[in-house]
Design a binder for this molecule. Structure first.
Ligand code: CUA
Length: 386
């Protein structure tokens, strides 16, 4: 039997998931014992007291044993015992999942996860960017492996639930209520997560990822993401034609900072695929990117989406796109982040994720129409934001 799917609670990768699996196994054992006892009693009586061939079929009831105090008290006692055997470790497990064990709390890393219809926002409250606030990202939570992560769970709108089966979960994200849990990835890896509480039309399409990196890679990622969006300069000749599209160079991107080469597809080697996304795309066209940057403004994308250091505007209630090109997924962890899927998403978001806010509050009221050329330029621009 295959037990190692992307969202397996059996093939686990951290201490919280291990604790949860222990409770699952214990419950399985207790219920298996009950099943065997009840099933064998039923089978025994069915066979022993069956109507035999040639036996006269009697219309009257056999002798009744109702009201035997010994049997009844024993059954009540056994039920209570089974309940206690399950309940005590379950309660201990719930308390354990709640927060990082006190002995390890000084080593904890803090993250805030906020659910929204239908995506996840992740903030790093201790990583403050001057003049902006905490480092903010969407749908892909990057954490240091081997360190306990304390996660504050919040919601923008309705109830959601935070669940990374291989690491921890499920804990609800409730509006106006502070919930939290902790998790730890034992080793670097790429983990699938999703919303586990029905939250509207596209609930099943509300997903996210957790990417755990070793300390060195993590701090390189953090360092890069604390910086503003990567700016691809416009070539001199093109700049002369489009003076408005020229922006200051905010940041020097350091290719090869992770010291590896781009790897396989997402499913085959997801962590390598994630690493590959940290590099600029191979076929980058600076002129196209400059046009996309301009379209991001003229099509009013900037009013909702933050692109730090490059676009003036954005709202904390919508996904921050400062480094969107460095993510493996888009659209709430639903689609792979590549040119074809990005185009499909921005062409008509409602066909991908029915009822989503980008469509309802952006495209419809602002009458946003994108030509094929617009889409190509916007895709190039978004992919350049590493
Ligand atoms: Cu959010 Cu289901």
């Amino acid at each position: 039997m295959e037990m190692n799917g992307h969202q397996s609670t059996i093939d686990i990768a951290g201490p919280v998931a291990l604790e949860q699996r222990k409770i699952f196994y214990l419950t399985c054992v207790v219920t298996l014992v009950i099943f065997v006892l009840v099933g064998s009693t039923l089978a025994y009586t069915t066979i022993k007291f069956r109507a035999r061939k040639g036996e006269e079929v009697r219309g009257d009831l056999p002798e009744q044993s109702h009201g035997n105090p010994f049997v009844e008290m024993s059954l009540i006692g056994a039920s209570i015992a089974a309940l206690v055997v399950i309940a005590v470790p379950t309660l201990k497990g719930i308390w354990y999942d709640y927060d990082v064990p006190a002995a390890n709390r000084a080593n904890a890393f803090y993250v805030t996860a906020t659910g929204a219809q239908w995506w996840f926002k992740f903030e790093y409250p201790k990583e403050q960017i001057p003049g902006f606030g905490p480092l903010t990202t969407a749908n892909e939570l990057v954490i240091p492996a081997g360190r306990p992560i304390h996660i504050d769970l919040r919601s923008f709108d309705v109830m959601h639930s935070f669940w990374v089966p291989q690491l921890a979960g499920k804990v609800d994200m409730i509006p106006n209520r502070a919930n939290f849990l902790w998790l730890e990835a034992a080793h670097p890896g790429y983990y699938w997560g999703q919303c586990a509480e029905f939250c509207g039309a596209s609930h099943a399409l509300m997903r996210f990822r957790v990417i755990a990196l070793d300390q060195k890679d993590f701090y390189q990622w953090l360092d890069n993401h604390m910086g503003p969006a990567r700016n691809v300069p416009v070539p001199a000749t093109a700049a002369a034609e489009r003076p408005r599209a020229r922006f200051a160079s905010y940041q020097k991107f350091r290719p090869n900072q992770f010291g590896f080469t781009p790897g396989d597809e997402l499913d085959v080697s997801p962590l390598d695929a994630w690493r590959a996304k940290q590099f600029p795309e191979k076929d980058e066209d600076p002129v196209l990117i400059a046009r996309g940057r301009e379209l991001f403004r003229t099509k009013t994308c900037f009013t909702c989406h933050v692109v730090r250091g490059q676009q003036i505007g954005g709202s904390p209630a919508y996904p921050d796109l400062t480094h969107v090109g460095a993510r493996t997924t888009i659209a709430g962890g639903l689609l792979e982040n590549n040119a074809a899927e990005l185009r499909r998403w921005i062409d008509n978001p409602s066909l991908v994720k029915p009822g989503n806010m980008m469509w309802e509050k952006g495209y419809i009221p602002n009458h946003i129409h994108l030509t094929s050329g617009d889409e190509t330029a916007l895709v190039a621009y978004l992919q350049s934001l590493k």
